[in-house]
Design a protein around this ligand. Structure first.
Ligand SMILES: [Fe+2]
Length: 297
């Protein structure tokens, strides 16, 4: 199995390749289609050769170009419990015609039960299954391969698990961990390699995933409070205040330009915070800090 991370948007999207087929897991925000094509081209992957597209959940930063990709050949394949969420983000994209968003065509979507997903994956040369893993959202799924790779989208990270006892998040992690994964691939964080469990990567697996930042594998930090950031405490505090000021600006429906004038924040940070704040229900400042890549700002 070959595994590629596609670098064209702020969501981690993956391409899995076997001798029999190719699977794409997640896409980026609407408006990233051209960048997706360039990235696929740079990897010498023909989009037409991709068989299936799985979406971890139907928040806009994971499904924004799904139909545009599907129009070139890959079939959108979902778990049955995702069927009523296909258009959950359409109204967000409808506000910005410049994004050229294309809603998903329901009649072209293939719907599987978790049991059927194993047979479907097998036809493409993968042993594994799709699991319903709610917690971040009701429509969240994970792709778990028997070889140890688990793709979990935005499920709250494993190091947060003690904070979620008795919740759906704990139940989802229990289901995942019972499969003894060797590596967890998140929607917005670096992969986490579970060293003591299955050996990763397996000998016959090529993993083309950028792991230069070992942040995920260093978790949980000894004094963890839910953040993985390595800034000094004062910088952390200033960043926390800055993000909360940006969120107040969003609440007041200020434009990005106005938020920048008022806060002096980097436009890329404002964009990241806006994206996370608008697409993740009830997320707080710390939740945003956990999910966006602050360190390069
Ligand atoms: Fe999400």
């Amino acid at each position: 199995m070959n595994l590629y991370q596609l670098h064209y948007c702020k969501t981690n999207t993956y391409l899995l390749e076997s001798d029999l087929g190719r699977i794409l897991f997640d896409t980026g925000w609407a408006g990233t289609f051209d960048a997706f094509l360039r990235e696929a081209g740079s990897l010498k992957i023909s989009v037409q050769s991709i068989d299936a597209l799985f979406i971890s959940h139907f928040h806009p930063d994971h499904m924004g170009i799904a139909q545009q990709i599907a129009d070139l050949g890959p079939q959108i394949v979902i778990l049955d419990m995702q069927a009523s969420f296909l258009h959950a983000s359409d109204s967000i994209f409808a506000k910005d015609p410049t994004l050229s968003f294309v809603p998903i065509r329901d009649d072209a979507v293939r719907i599987l039960s978790p049991t059927q997903s194993r047979d479907f994956l097998s036809t493409l040369g993968f042993e594994g299954e799709l699991l319903s893993t709610p917690g971040h959202s009701d429509d969240s799924i994970s792709l778990c391969l028997d070889s140890g790779e688990c793709f979990v989208g935005d499920l709250n990270p494993l190091y947060e698990l003690p904070l979620h006892q008795g919740t759906q998040i704990e139940g989802s992690w229990e289901a995942l961990l019972s499969r003894r994964p060797g590596a967890i691939y998140y929607g917005h964080a670096r992969p986490y390699f579970c060293g003591s469990q299955k050996t990763v990567p397996p000998e016959d697996t090529t993993v083309n995933v950028d792991t230069r930042d070992d942040r995920a594998n260093s978790l949980p930090p000894e004094n963890t409070t839910g953040t993985a950031d390595a800034h000094p405490a004062k910088d952390d505090h200033n960043l926390y205040l800055l993000v909360s000021r940006i969120m107040r600006g969003i609440d007041k429906r200020y434009s990005m330009e106005k938020i920048q004038r008022k806060t002096g924040a980097d436009p890329r940070l404002i964009e990241d915070v806006t994206r996370m704040y608008l697409t993740h229900q009830n997320v707080g400042v710390q939740g945003i800090l956990d999910r966006i890549e602050i360190k390069n700002r």
